[in-house]
Write a protein that binds this ligand. Structure first.
Ligand code: NAP
Length: 226
């Protein structure tokens, strides 16, 4: 059985580009998402456990990239003011951006081999940085990505004890042309192609070593303040 690379959120803009780039580079890719077989829905832990069991039966897992995320949709827009704060919107953002990825850690980190290099990378966002927050707004997205960053840091500490060469990181993909950024690109935000972002992210992932575990890096491999 060969080494496997898993992309969760493989139907998304960045996730699809990552899965294609990995397959083109000769990796054995398992693409997972709500519309795949088996389906993986971050809001349904049983589906995450079943997808992890499916992966475990197929080979040795060396790479997991979580490219899922939620910014807007189903009537929810990023908040401009505290006046817009809505518990249902906040719960959805935390469920998809923080709790879901935490459940991916719960079910996929134990599959990383105890020996040899491996990576679990989750796509966070620079706006999740507390130290870098100068503009305000986007309360639920920012706070849920900040929570994700803390989960990455915490899991990296536990992972190091079990698999010293394994790496758990949060990565910022840059501002990318995807459904997630589309409303803001229309309003003038500069975006770049998902293929470019995927190539950058894979370069960063390839260069990761154990000392990078528990960090928050951008698409150039530069650290972002927590
Ligand atoms: N685009 C940017 O400019 C940008 C900037 C900074 C950070 N990011 C981060 O990069 C990551 C990828 O974003 P993107 O731009 O590629 O967004 P996207 O095209 O909207 O893709 C989002 C992905 O998340 C999946 N997803 C949402 N809810 C889910 C759930 N309950 N269970 C399983 N999957 C779920 C979607 O699956 P479905 O196809 O099933 O809906 C889709 O695959 C996100 O973490 C985002 O926060 C993006």
């Amino acid at each position: 059985m060969g080494d496997l690379a898993v992309v969760v959120g493989a139907t998304g803009g960045v996730g699809a580009a990552l899965a294609t780039a990995l397959a083109t580079a000769g990796h054995n890719v398992v693409a997972l998402g709500r519309a795949t077989t088996p389906p993986l829905d971050l809001l349904d832990e049983a589906s995450i456990a079943a997808a992890a069991a499916h992966v475990a039966a197929q080979g040795t897992l060396r790479l997991v990239i979580d490219a899922t995320g939620f910014l807007h949709g189903d009537g929810f827009e990023p908040e401009r003011s505290w006046r817009d704060l809505d518990p249902a919107h906040m719960a959805r953002a935390f469920a998809v951006n923080a709790i879901g990825p935490a459940l991916l850690m719960k079910h996929f980190l134990p599959l990383l081999p105890r020996q040899g290099p491996s990576v679990f990378a989750t796509l966070s966002a620079r706006v999740g940085s507390i130290g870098d927050n100068r503009l305000g707004g986007w309360y639920a997205y920012r706070a849920s990505k900040a929570a994700l960053n803390q989960l990455v840091r915490t899991a990296a500490i536990e992972l190091r004890r079990r698999a010293p060469e394994a790496v758990c990181v949060a990565l910022h993909p840059g501002t990318v042309a995807t459904p997630l950024s589309a409303p803001f690109a229309r309003a003038g935000l500069a975006v770049r192609p998902a293929e470019e972002a995927a190539a950058d992210l894979l370069r960063v992932i390839t260069a990761l070593g154990p000392a990078d575990s528990g960090t928050f890096l951008d698409h150039k491999g530069l650290p972002i303040p927590w």
